[in-house]
Design a binder for this molecule. Structure first.
Ligand code: HMG
Ligand code: MG
Length: 286
């Protein structure tokens, strides 16, 4: 039997969070519901963040309450602090994610605190989650390059990844937030991270700004990673990372995995159809 690769669908969250036009709540719900029929095991639905910071995610509660849950799918949400975590509990999210950074510039712009302060802010959330037996995923952004600070030292990424892992995150997702990584920089960064966190606990979250995300995934596969984040139709961008275009497209990652002989459980023909719907939600097409 072929080896399994998990493709974690980010479209409803990372894909839509940066859209200028407010995507109607019913369209967000329709996107999640249609994704739920494609064979995903994990979908990141929305973010319980400050609506002043990310207005597009202001309907997080309505979206979570409106979706039709498929029993085989884990529905995850972003939670930057205890306030977000409490809101996520209220709508029975299956999993939450905290998001830190390996660079100070992005940490300050994205979550309004230093890297060290962010870790302190995550601790009470992680403590509550442990008590509730709620799985927590940990993101580390800007793993090779930061839009504010330039290149990120691999040791810094390893340091933050190790802290989040030891604090209880079940998986560390490594974000090439602005899609500036190359196979070489990803390789060097992974060598540092994999010395402190096992490969099966690490995911690749690569934006495709420069069209290199698939190559970066291939390097990561070779180094033992088996989970990758992507967005249907390549939707996306981060409001606090200028130049960050879409995530790598789910349908392209699924095809790559098929070519490389990995099982994903995804229905490729359904993905192609849904990519068109996802793209129609963009401001430039809607
Ligand atoms: P702050 O201003 O320092 O926080 O923001 P605060 O605690 O002082 O609160 C300020 C206001 O926000 C208060 O409201 C709080 O109640 C409210 P006010 O009294 O002014 O009316 N607030 C909240 N409201 C709803 N939900 C919450 C929440 N927390 C506080 N959870 C904060 C700090 C973290 C809240 C803010 O900076 C924030 O929300 N940032 C989120 C930014 C974001 O979502 N960025 C995109 C996601 S990250 C990403 O895309 C990268 C990733 O994809 C990986 C990669 O690609 O690298 C994951
Ligand atoms: Mg991202």
């Amino acid at each position: 039997m072929s080896e399994f690769v998990t493709i974690f669908e980010m479209g409803p969250r990372d894909g839509l969070q940066n859209e200028k036009r407010f995507v109607p709540t019913e369209d967000k719900i329709a996107l999640v519901d249609r994704l739920s029929e494609c064979g995903f095991r994990k979908i990141e639905v929305t973010s319980f963040v400050s609506p002043k910071w990310v207005p597009q995610m202001a309907d997080a509660q309505e979206v979570m309450e409106g979706i039709h849950r498929h029993p085989a799918v884990v529905y995850s949400v972003l939670t930057p602090n205890v306030k977000g975590y409490t809101a996520a509990l209220k709508v029975s999210a299956d999993e939450v994610a905290i998001f830190g950074s390996a660079s100070e510039g992005f940490s300050n712009k994205n979550i309004n605190c230093s890297v060290a302060e962010s870790i302190e802010r995550f601790k009470p959330l992680l403590e509550k989650a442990r008590y509730d037996e709620m799985p927590v995923r940990g993101y580390v952004s800007c793993v090779t390059d930061c839009p504010y600070d330039g290149p990120t030292p691999p040791e810094k990424v390893a340091e933050v990844a190790k802290i989040l892992y030891e604090l209880g995150c079940y998986e560390i997702s490594l974000g090439d937030t602005i899609g500036a990584a190359t196979p070489e920089t990803i390789g060097r960064m992974l060598d540092a991270v994999l010395a402190v966190v096992p490969a099966e606990k690490v995911a690749g979250h690569y934006h495709d700004t420069k069209g290199r995300a698939l190559e970066n995934i291939e390097v990561s596969l070779d180094k033992g990673l088996r989970t990758f984040d992507s967005t249907i139709g390549g939707l996306g961008g981060c409001p606090y990372a200028p130049g960050a275009k879409g995530n790598v497209a789910t349908e392209a990652v699924a095809e790559l995995m098929q070519r490389r002989g990995f099982e994903t459980g995804l229905r490729l023909e359904k993905l192609a159809e849904l990519a068109e719907f996802a793209k129609s939600l963009r401001s430039d097409t809607a």
